[in-house]
Design a protein around this ligand. Structure first.
Ligand code: CMP
Length: 159
């Protein structure tokens, strides 16, 4: 299970709240590396794939129509343990209970309007990335910050 790459969506409420820059900035300041970024309208097939684990839940239809109602911003972030690191920065699902200091804890009150999606584990991350990004939309590049974000012995786990 690869946990060095993770998928993030800024949901319609995050777009409308004007939080895209704030969200990107939090991941950048943490030391994560942005390797993919696009704004799309997710179609029904993409949404059914993305939320397949919720297909039998009562809110599945509402969730898909909300997520398909306007453009969303999709990102791939890379770093050591990026999946759990991003989950922690995002906070728990219900905004009004999410930890202060997390994105949902600082900006959210709702369960459905919880601003942002972050992959739950490495397998989900790879599946979700493939739903939105082609290989040529994911970038490999040298980040000059890496040598101050990580010690030498840690950098090898990112290769
Ligand atoms: P997320 O964890 O990103 O992915 C599943 C989403 O379903 C979750 O965020 C919420 O936005 C949404 N969700 C969870 N529970 C409910 C609910 N009871 N009603 C509507 N939406 C929900």
């Amino acid at each position: 299970m690869k946990t060095t790459q993770t998928a993030v969506l800024v949901k319609p409420d995050g777009l409308q709240r004007g939080l895209i820059g704030e969200i990107i900035s939090r991941f950048e300041r943490k030391g994560l590396k942005l390797i993919g970024l696009k704004m799309i309208n997710m179609n029904d097939e993409q949404l059914s794939d993305w939320y397949s684990e919720h297909k039998d839940k009562s809110f599945f239809g509402d969730l898909k129509s909300f997520m398909g109602s306007m453009p969303i911003v999709c990102m791939v972030w890379e770093g050591i343990d990026a999946v759990p690191v991003v989950r922690k920065l995002v906070g728990t699902t219900l905004g009004r209970e999410a930890e202060a200091g997390s994105i949902r804890g600082d900006f959210g009150m709702s369960q459905q309007f919880n601003l942002i999606h972050a992959s739950a584990n490495g397998d989900d991350a790879q599946r979700e990335i493939r739903i939105v990004f082609d290989d040529n939309e994911l970038f490999k590049y040298h980040s000059v910050r890496e040598v101050v974000v990580y010690a030498d012995y840690e950098l090898s786990s990112l290769k």
